[in-house]
Design a protein around this ligand. Structure first.
Ligand code: NAP
Ligand code: ZN
Length: 366
């Protein structure tokens, strides 16, 4: 067995821990940028708790991060961070504001355009340090070295990936997720489940990741209904599962399912976690027939058995698995498949994947 395991982020986890945030800000810091979204900063209760601890700092708030943040948003935030000479960025919200915070930390600090780093230019210097504070239990962005940015002009979701963008600290306070509406709770939980499942299947996985991924999948299945009902223990376990699944994908990345879901968010505005959930049953059917990891596929099937099937599990959550109900038309599938097949994550999917297979998975999701 051989592996490299890297996780430089300090994790502070627990209900009510946001009140301790001030303790985790290094003593030399004076100028802070908060990167967040228009509504949930306040709705989650984070604003009140954070601002009470930052009275003695120079704080600027950039609260214009939309779902699936664009390059334009990152540029605006980067200009603000540079103008204000910020020494620390705090990303508060779901994956969108946390990813935006990580990308702004690169954009405000480095000379080259962000796209150069996305296309593989190595980040030579550490960025401005970032603290992440999740208000959804979904993306795990608080513990990953990724920031997903949407190129709205060319209709692509692109991933900035570098060890330099791991947050220095993440404060995971499940209390902040209580205000999630039911649909956001379900969509983000499905993101957790698919992260864990894809990390488990990835050819880059190793036994440590396998254990964490199985634990994360199990926690989602056991606690999802409780989290919808806002049970405190269940929402705490969902935040924990999200963190575990984030740690898993930080080591392995996601695989075919996630890259197939990207066009559904970019062109049809289907929320990220829901897009993965819609395609999951057909993806699993494909993997059952064609994957090189039959034992792992059996374990996933066993997990889902109490729900009847993957399709029943997803449908029982009120998620339609018919792409046509979201206005996605079969004539687009070939284009989406061509877009998907060139992504690096195809190479870590444990199956020989062709364009026709991708088209078939989309078709079987209709
Ligand atoms: P999100 O896009 O951050 O937020 C979705 C919605 O949830 C927003 O409308 C937001 O409201 C609302 N919301 C968030 N927290 C809330 C709360 N506590 N109470 C009430 N409403 C709340 O959703 P997400 O699924 O967490 O993030 C998705 C993004 O993360 C995608 O761009 C995806 O590609 C990316 N992602 C990144 C990674 C990574 O490793 N970096 C991994 C997976 C996914 P308002 O906007 O109204 O405030
Ligand atoms: Zn995801």
């Amino acid at each position: 067995m051989k592996f490299d395991f890297q996780l430089p982020t300090k994790i502070v986890f627990g209900y009510g821990t946001l009140k301790q945030m001030g303790k985790h800000i290094p003593s030399h810091i004076q100028r802070i940028l908060i990167v967040t979204d228009p509504m949930s900063y306040e709705r989650s209760g984070a604003k009140k708790i954070i601002e009470a601890q930052l009275r003695s700092y120079h704080v600027t708030v950039f609260d214009q991060v939309e779902e699936n943040p664009s390059f334009h948003t990152i540029d605006k935030g980067s200009v603000m961070a540079r103008d204000q000479k910020v020494q620390l960025i705090i990303g508060v919200g779901g994956g969108s504001p946390m990813d935006a915070a990580k990308a702004i930390a690169v954009g405000c600090h480095n000379q080259k355009p962000l796209m150069d780093y996305i296309q593989g230019l190595k980040l030579e210097e550490r960025t401005v340090p970032v603290i992440c504070i999740p208000t959804t239990a979904g993306t795990g962005s608080e513990v990953t070295s990724y920031a997903v940015i949407t190129d709205k002009v060319n209709g692509k979701k692109l991933c900035l990936a570098s060890p330099e963008i791991y947050p220095v600290c993440s404060i995971i306070d499940p209390q902040l997720t209580l205000s999630m509406p039911e649909d956001v709770c379900i969509n983000t939980a499905m993101d957790v489940f698919t992260h864990a499942m894809e990390a488990y299947l990835s050819t880059l996985s190793f036994p440590l990741v396998d254990r964490l991924a199985l634990e994360a999948m199990n926690l989602v299945l056991e606690n999802m209904q409780g989290a919808i009902k806002k049970n405190k223990d269940a929402i705490t376990k969902m935040s924990y599962a999200s963190m575990l699944a984030g740690i898993c994908i930080s080591q392995t990345s996601t695989i075919l399912l996630h890259i197939m879901a990207y066009p559904l968010s970019v062109f049809h505005h289907i929320p990220h976690g829901r897009a993965n959930a819609i395609l999951m049953p057909a993806f699993l059917d494909f993997m059952k027939q064609r994957s090189t990891v039959p034992d792992k596929m059996e374990n996933i099937e066993e997990f889902l058995k109490p729900h009847g099937s993957a399709k029943n599990f997803v449908n029982d959550l009120g998620i339609s698995t018919q792409l046509t109900t979201y206005g996605v038309h079969p004539e687009n599938f070939e284009d989406y498949a061509k877009e998907t097949i060139v992504k690096d994550d195809i190479g870590i999917t444990p199956a020989d994947v062709r364009i026709a297979d991708i088209v078939a998975i989309y078709e079987n999701s209709c």
